[in-house]
Write a protein that binds this ligand. Structure first.
Ligand SMILES: N=C(N)NCCC[C@H](NC(=O)CCC(=O)O)C(=O)O
Length: 445
């Protein structure tokens, strides 16, 4: 295999819960305070990874974060033993404790932006962890994320790791959820699409009124600079602010691309004709398929509720792609009707597969949120930490690990339980050995 696009999925952490932390993410708000099932969530994620690896794709695993985040709780002034810190935080501010317990790092589309070596000036794969400044519970992820990515892609000959952008709203960065790449083949130079929700400095550019735009143009431009992309390789696209105000908090909730295919909703972008023109100009030799789903076929609200565009488009063989959709897409009539006809539309998408990631969906995380794409050539894949690549043995081992350490029911009240902290640390300590990550967590340092 000379080239591939690997998907690195986030393993759901032992504290997976529904805390309603994400204003602007309708599912997160809607399911706030429901009981969660971390064991089932982790198993659904593992099953998804197994399904993709059985389709012949390279599938990787990214470890979750240490939660509760005791370092942050102490930084915010809670002191004493771990048990006292948890109890005081719970009494003072249950919402703050919940934020420090979120398993939100499972959505690795937000872990980082990745530019493959074919696009970058120095010929290395570049990674910038996303600062995720817009949501407090997510803004505390990037440091450990950077450490984990550094352990998975360690060889400096092939991989270059940057620090997250300055942690300020001006440079709000949500990583690959607002970035996609079109190319003829994964190891050939492509075009990287950076989709932003607003500009920090230019008030004349479109911006939503109701819900926050998490990604700024300035952040996107900074990442493109850091990665050594040039004007032929990067395009900056304004998201349609109206869709953000309806609950499209990341671009990957309304559009997705793979190789020469872009699949998007009619209302996704501020100026769609300009976007398509720009892409065509930059890729004159590639036959492109722009699959625009009209509102008349799938109303915006159905697209958001089903996560039709949070699907993964994966290449199974040259010119033959599959769409990996959440089962919710089969339950909404307009979306099901569209997906029934999609394979017959004469595009490279020839198959649709449904997968069950309901535990994640209830927090607004579909199949595409759960994965970070890393296009790799043969040498780069060979340099990737092999212990993090999914196969039957790792699948069995991780399932067993989940059975041993995860609870099957968690409420917000349980988050202050010191034994949950202990269970979580024991689990993660073992996981770093399974995935050969070294000591990436604060409790290990
Ligand atoms: N679209 C992509 N790529 N990712 C989805 C991220 C969902 C995540 N939800 C949450 O963080 C909810 C947590 C809670 O409410 O408990 C978020 O809003 O950042």
């Amino acid at each position: 295999m000379a080239q591939c696009e690997a998907n690195f999925d986030g393993l759901v952490g032992p504290t997976h819960n529904y805390a309603g932390l994400s204003y602007g993410n309708v599912a997160s708000q809607h399911n706030a305070l429901e009981h969660s099932n971390p064991k089932q969530a982790a198993k659904q994620g593992l099953q998804k990874m197994k399904t993709l690896s059985e389709l012949g794709l390279v599938q990787g695993v990214l470890a979750p974060q240490e939660r509760p985040d005791m370092v942050t709780l102490r930084r915010l002034g809670f002191s004493g033993s771990d048990a006292q810190v948890l109890e005081k935080a719970y009494r003072d501010s249950p919402a703050l404790l919940a934020a420090c317990c979120s398993a939100s790092s499972m959505w690795t589309a937000n872990a980082a932006t990745v530019s493959p070596s074919a696009d970058t000036q120095d010929g290395r794969v570049h990674f910038t962890p996303a600062n995720l400044t817009n949501k407090f519970h997510r803004s505390i992820e990037h440091e450990v994320t950077g450490r984990i990515l550094g352990q998975v892609f360690a060889d400096e000959q092939y991989f270059c790791h940057h620090a997250a952008l300055p942690a300020n709203d001006y440079f709000g960065d949500e990583g690959a959820a607002n970035h996609t790449r079109l190319c003829a083949n994964y190891d050939q130079a492509g075009v990287e699409l950076f989709v932003y929700g607003r500009s920090a400095f230019d008030a004349s550019l479109p911006a939503p009124q109701r819900y926050p735009a998490r990604q700024t143009l300035e952040a996107s431009r900074a990442v493109a600079r850091l990665h050594g992309l040039n004007e032929d390789t990067a395009i900056f696209i304004a998201q349609n602010p109206k869709v953000i105000d309806q609950g499209v908090f990341h671009n990957d909730v309304i559009s997705v691309g793979n190789q020469n295919v872009m699949f998007y909703h009619q209302e996704a972008f501020w100026d769609t004709p300009a976007v398509l023109h720009d892409i065509r100009q930059k890729m004159p030799d590639t036959p492109l398929f722009f699959i625009e789903v009209p509102s008349a076929d799938v109303p915006l609200m159905d697209a958001i509720a089903s996560y039709l565009f949070n699907t993964q488009i994966v290449t199974l063989k040259p010119g033959h792609m599959a769409l990996i959709a959440p089962t919710e897409c089969a339950n909404i009539a307009s979306v099901k009707a569209y997906l029934d006809k999609l394979p017959g539309l004469n595009t490279p998408i020839k198959e649709v597969h449904f997968i069950d990631v309901k535990q994640s969906m209830r927090n607004g995380g579909g199949p595409a949120c759960l994965r970070l794409r890393v296009a790799l050539n043969e040498a780069e894949l060979a340099a990737t930490n092999p212990a993090c690549l999914m196969n039957e043995a790792l699948f069995a081992r991780l399932n067993h690990w989940v059975d041993q350490h995860y609870r099957d029911r968690l409420s917000l009240n349980d988050l202050r339980d010191p034994s949950l902290l202990q269970q979580s640390r024991t689990a993660l300590d073992e996981l770093t050995q399974i995935l050969q990550l070294g000591s990436v967590y604060p409790f290990q340092q």
